[in-house]
Design a protein. Structure first.
Length: 331
């Protein structure tokens, strides 16, 4: 994602942060500093401010854990992990395309499971702090952190692209129909529906005097846009296959169109090998110095994105999971 800088590595996975991350951290810290006195009254304002900053940082770390869980499961399956990027509304994990539905399912569920686990730990720690220490502000921080992780895990299991639940639905449809593109169409439609529902619910909440409704509307609009981009991606990548037959430029062989630069730069190493399905080794793609794809790979490229789509709305640069951290405190 443009505007991101590398902030470190976790178990060999590169972690980047978009320039919007500090802004959302400030908003979270300020909001928490204002709401914590309602749950833990009687402390100095500076302590509430410090607690807000610490809580925001812990939530950011929780989001990193969520994303790295995806990355580690993918890497364990032998899939190349490119990077993890954090941004204002969550995170993105970029890997090569999972080869099977089972592998894709394992990658998709790992993030929400990590968040649910962190949520349980946070709520358990809050209960322990209440029983042993009785520090109300610590209890409030741990309880909020646990609740936000539970919300993050549950929200991301909604069956809609580009959320993890959409990826889970994608793998189930893929496994049942053996048609990856049909699965993408199904999850894309689900994402559009869920996104529009979130926009409507957010608008009603805002009309009832709940500022958090605006946040929900933004999430819904981004989900709807990303889902639409996913459906368009399927159409754009498969429509050329109806004409991908031999031409004067490629005598004696099937001639897939030269893939876009974005696809060439991100495709896995095995894309350069002769196609085992067609037994053809295609001539180098113009200007690439690499073997062209087989016809089947041209119709179902392992990695690719519509070049005109915004980075956050390009859901299939390999496996790209989009987490939405609906973490703004309510009220």
């Amino acid at each position: 994602m443009k505007g991101s800088i590398r902030i470190g590595t976790v178990r060999g996975v590169t972690v980047q942060a978009h320039w919007t991350v500090p802004l959302i951290m400030l908003v979270l810290a300020y909001s928490l500093a204002r709401t914590l006195p309602d749950y833990a009254p009687g402390f100095a304002p500076v302590l509430y401010g410090a607690a807000g900053v610490v809580s925001a940082l812990l939530l950011l770390i929780s989001l990193v854990v969520h994303e790295v869980a995806h990355a580690l499961v993918a890497r364990r399956a032998g899939i190349t992990v490119r990077d993890v990027t954090l941004w204002a509304l969550g995170g993105l994990t970029r890997t090569d395309e999972p080869p099977t539905a089972r592998t894709a399912f394992a990658i998709a569920v790992s993030g929400p499971l990590a968040s649910l686990l962190l949520g349980g730990i946070g709520l358990g720690a809050a209960a322990g702090a209440q029983a042993v220490l009785g520090w109300r502000i610590l209890v409030a921080v741990l309880g909020w952190l646990g609740g936000m992780n539970l919300l993050l895990g549950v929200f991301n299991l909604l069956p809609a692209a580009p959320l993890d639940g959409g990826r889970v639905l994608h793998t189930l449809v893929w496994w049942h129909t053996a048609d990856r593109d049909r699965a993408r169409q199904v999850t894309g439609r689900g994402g559009r529906v869920v996104g529009l529902v979130l926009v409507a619910v957010g608008w009603l909440a805002f009309l009832r005097g709940m500022p958090a409704g605006l946040w929900l509307m933004v999430i819904g609009m981004l989900m709807s846009a990303a889902a639409a981009a996913e459906r368009q991606w399927v159409t754009r990548t498969c429509s050329p296959c109806t004409t991908a037959v031999s031409s004067p430029t490629w005598p004696g062989s099937v001639s897939p169109p030269s893939p876009p630069t974005a696809w060439r730069s991100h495709r896995p190493r095995w894309a350069d090998a002769p196609s085992s399905a067609t037994r053809h080794s295609f001539p180098p793609a113009p200007g690439s110095g690499r073997a062209a794809w087989s016809a089947s790979e041209a119709c179902h490229p392992p990695v690719g994105c519509p070049p005109a789509a915004p980075d956050w709305a390009r859901p299939r640069c390999g496996y790209r999971s989009a987490r939405t951290a609906a973490a703004t405190p309510r009220g």
